[in-house]
Design a protein around this ligand. Structure first.
Ligand code: NAD
Ligand code: UFG
Length: 341
């Protein structure tokens, strides 16, 4: 069995990916500093997987602690989910985003090189495309990040590309996620935002649960059929299996032309804000109160993935419907009204 270090593994996407990795016979070691997650996630993952999971409370910028982990286990690969991800916060605190995301990644790469662990899957984002002129988005579209968070992802991708060109030992895949939605079918793990959510789905479920009064829809004057923004929502379990597929590709049947590949993970289907509200209303069985307010700065009218590269290189395909995504989020919200407490 292959040993995989999962940094940022206690977070929303990492926790779901870990369950998929374990189901596919990978041994997982978790490192997280809990800056945006709870230690209770580890307990839930152990219950759901029936395994004891080696876990380290570590900041990826701490080289000594990372070195201790790498000297204890023989890793075949690393998945790095560890990063700060709030766009608005990144505008207010750019240095903490560059420090955490970029310096953390460099630090981790240096320790990986020291221990000759050259297989990496990195959490990138559709946000690296900036303001695109064609849709759906292909990996060949130019990058054009428009805020500090997005620039951390773009800079890291550029670092990874340079590294992969410097030596044939490195094998790296950057997965560009579109909009993750959903929760594990058990309803035991899910997205657990701190404070008032920035993102659409957790905001809607908190309105439905009576924790927030109403949803504020950021603009209905976009160039879309109903005037609200269209996004490509992808089920968190599909996203999770994309990481297993990426690791399989790196470790087992390496068929990448280059040592670095950036690959979109989305559903390839777009839904407007109003369509998402309607899907949640159908699942929950009541209306979601909302008010239309002005546009949020930086929002694109449409963001949609072309996922043919993921199909071609990873053998991966999205499988869940938007209805299932909303139903799974709602199950998690109902079972855990206050998140991980
Ligand atoms: P998350 O905040 O739930 O998970 C990130 C995890 O990393 C958290 O558990 C946090 O405590 C940990 N962490 C952060 N900085 C760390 C550090 N320096 N050392 C150790 N641990 C650290 O976020 P998520 O939604 O699971 O996202 C995972 C990754 O995917 C992030 O890099 C994010 O930028 C990227 N991403 C997320 C989305 C999204 O919509 N959720 C979209 C595109 C890309
Ligand atoms: N929206 C609202 N009201 C809200 C929240 C969101 O109307 O309270 C709208 C937004 O305007 C947007 C859509 O719902 O049109 C989706 O917004 P999200 O914040 O859920 O998602 P984004 O597409 O803005 O952002 C996501 C990730 C980012 C990532 C970006 C691009 O959260 O991390 O996709 O990949 F950078």
């Amino acid at each position: 069995m292959k040993n995989i270090l999962v940094t940022g593994g206690a977070g929303y996407i990492g926790s779901h990916a870990i369950l998929d990795l374990i189901a596919n016979n990978y041994n997982v070691v978790i490192a997280d500093n809990f800056s945006n997650s709870s230690p209770l996630v580890i307990k839930k993952l152990e219950e759901l997987s029936g395994k004891t999971l080696p876990f380290f409370d570590v900041d990826i910028r701490d080289k000594n602690k990372l070195t201790n982990i790498f000297s204890t286990f023989n890793f075949d690969g690393v998945i790095n989910f560890a990063g700060l991800k709030a766009v608005g916060e990144s505008v207010e605190e750019p240095l903490s985003y560059y420090n955490n995301n970029v310096c953390g990644m460099i630090n981790l790469l240096e320790v990986m090189a020291e221990y000759k662990v050259f297989n990496l899957v990195f959490s990138s984002s559709a946000t690296v495309y900036g303001i695109p002129d064609t849709m759906p988005l292909l990996e060949t579209n130019s990058m054009g990040a428009i805020n500090p968070y997005a620039r951390t992802k773009k800079i890291i991708e550029e670092i990874l590309r340079d590294l992969a060109q410097s030596s044939d030992e490195w094998k790296i895949i950057a997965l560009r996620y579109f909009n993750p939605l959903g929760a594990h079918k058990s309803g035991e793990i899910g997205e657990n935002p701190n404070g008032i959510p920035n993102n659409l789905a957790p905001y809607i479920t908190q309105v439905a649960a009576g924790k927030l009064d109403k949803l504020y829809v950021f603009g209905n004057d976009y160039d879309t059929p109903d005037g609200t923004c269209i996004r490509d929502y992808v089920h968190i379990n599909d996203l999770a299996s994309g990481h297993t597929a990426a690791l399989n590709t790196l470790l087992k049947n390496y068929n990448l032309k280059n040592n670095f590949e950036a690959i979109n993970l989305g559903s390839g289907k777009g839904y407007s804000v109003f369509e998402i509200i309607k899907n949640f209303e159908a699942v929950i069985g009541r209306t979601i109160p909302y008010e239309i307010i002005s546009r949020r700065a930086g929002d694109l009218d449409v963001s949609l993935a072309d996922v043919s590269k993921a199909k071609r290189l990873l053998g991966w395909e999205p499988t869940y419907s938007i209805k299932e995504m909303c139903a799974d989020v709602w199950r998690w919200q109902e079972k855990n009204p206050n998140g991980y407490v």
